[in-house]
Write a protein of this length. Structure first.
Length: 460
């Protein structure tokens, strides 16, 4: 009997080894060495109880966000893979205390991966696409939380992310800029304060702007009205002019670039302008209708190095951050956060960001391997007919699925049966005053069937 008992234990240990093998061999080596130290300093992991170490705590939190679990399903999964046998409430408390630690971890992981640097080669400065996206929490309005994001275009990865509530607007103060950076943003950042922010950091900027919220001056300090200038273009599709803007009593030299939109896009822009005016209870002005037909950009980049056509092409690349938001929300189910407490929401969002950065590391390695296999996929020849460029969407999807397998693991039905005694609290409903219809109906049908069979047995 003892021999059989030891054999069963050995098989169970072997099964657990298979469950944890991918996590230990493929994820742990890429985590910072100070993970445990920071978990203790930031009070995410203070005492060794049911959770053995900080690495197991991280895996548990990643499993929660990647698996799409409820807290009860989270607890059951942790038992099956051998992480810890604690209640769903205990897991929730650990999540609430992990926000600062996960933020530190995200900052450590957002260093540009070696694979990405080798892929694109050295560049004089970063091209940062900056924008914000909204997230909804349980019972929220849809604009409960905001992701202020800087996406590094050349490396193809997140550079910085700041999570705030809906009270924090779009501004460059959320980000740490470096000398030589080029910031590309839409109209939400098209203010004189943004120009001052990039010049203060010795960086450069390209912003979409609207004349009503971005007053301009000529070289003599007089107000510059773009309305008559655009009317005098007489069919020109692009127009450029040197101008100045004043912020906190300091003048900044900028270039104004205007590009006429195609008729279809201009028509849609005018309809949006009419709807905005209608909501405010007024009619749209002729000035607004004319301005809606133009894409207006402001930039601090020098004309000798960056002609107007290049500025326009650089701004159009801003769409890549919109695609990033779409990939993140769809692949991570990030658009709706299933928490209510602010600390739980913050920790959940940061855990999702950590998962995304870990996926980014794997994606960078795949891109580097694809460059060796298909050199034309990442070179100038991709513009030729018949070229097959690398799909960022497909790479992200594949790498994220790989990360899910590494974190969640696999288990057999035998493992599930062995854990069943410890899973009872996660698989049974809470105590309730009213009945449980499914159980009540089944009991009723069993009694009814039994009562009908008894007369037949007595008659026989």
């Amino acid at each position: 009997m003892a021999r059989t008992h030891h054999t069963a234990e050995a098989k169970q240990e072997q099964a657990l080894g298979l469950v944890n093998e991918l996590w230990e061999s493929e994820v742990l080596p890429h985590l910072p060495t100070k993970l445990t130290e920071q978990a203790q300093q930031l009070k995410a992991y203070q005492r060794q109880r049911a959770v053995a170490n900080a690495y197991d705590l991280l895996r548990a939190i990643l499993g929660y966000v990647l698996g799409g679990f409820s807290t009860r399903q989270w607890g059951a999964w942790a038992v099956i893979i051998g992480l810890a046998d604690i209640s769903d409430r205990a897991w929730s408390k650990r999540l609430q205390k992990s926000g600062a630690w996960l933020l530190w971890l995200f900052g450590e992981l957002t260093v540009i991966e070696t694979g990405a640097a080798e892929l694109w080669g050295p560049t004089p400065g970063r091209v940062l696409l900056i924008d914000a996206s909204t997230l909804k929490q349980v019972g929220g309005s849809g604009d409960d939380w905001r992701l202020h994001t800087a996406y590094e275009l050349m490396a193809g990865c997140l550079a910085q992310v700041v999570v705030t509530d809906q009270g924090q607007g779009e501004k460059l103060d959320h980000f740490e800029l470096e000398r030589g950076d080029i910031v590309v943003s839409d109209g939400g950042y098209g203010y004189r304060s943004s120009v001052a922010a990039v010049k203060k950091k010795q960086a450069e900027g390209v912003f979409r702007f609207y004349p009503d919220t971005f007053p301009l001056q000529d070289q003599c300090g007089q107000p510059l009205d773009l309305w008559p200038l655009l009317r005098q273009t007489k069919g020109a599709r692009m127009w450029e002019r040197q101008a100045y803007c004043l912020h906190n009593k300091q003048s900044y030299a900028v270039r104004v670039i205007a590009c006429k939109l195609p008729p279809e896009q201009a028509g849609l822009a005018r309809k949006r302008a009419e709807k905005r005016a209608q909501k405010k209870g007024r009619s749209v002005s002729l000035n607004s209708l004319v301005m809606a037909g133009w894409l207006l950009l402001i930039t601090t980049l020098e004309a000798t190095a960056w002609p107007a056509q290049d500025i326009l092409r650089l701004y159009r690349a801003r769409w890549q951050i919109e695609l990033l938001f779409k990939r993140m929300k769809q692949m991570l189910n990030m658009h709706h956060i299933h928490c209510k407490r602010p600390d739980s929401v913050q920790a959940t969002i940061r855990a999702l960001l950590v998962a995304w950065v870990l996926q980014d590391q794997q994606a960078a390695q795949l891109r580097a391997l694809l460059q060796r296999l298909l050199p034309s996929a990442l070179s100038e020849t991709m513009a030729l007919p018949g070229a097959r460029p690398v799909s960022s969407w497909s790479i992200c999807k594949l790498c994220l699925q790989t990360l899910r397998q590494q974190v969640l693991g696999q288990w057999s039905m035998a493992r599930l049966r062995a854990c069943l005694p410890r899973l009872q609290r996660f698989l049974t409903s809470n105590r309730r005053q009213r009945g449980h219809q499914e159980t009540d109906v089944r009991c009723w049908l069993e009694r009814r069937s039994l009562n009908q069979s008894q007369p037949l047995q007595m008659a026989a």
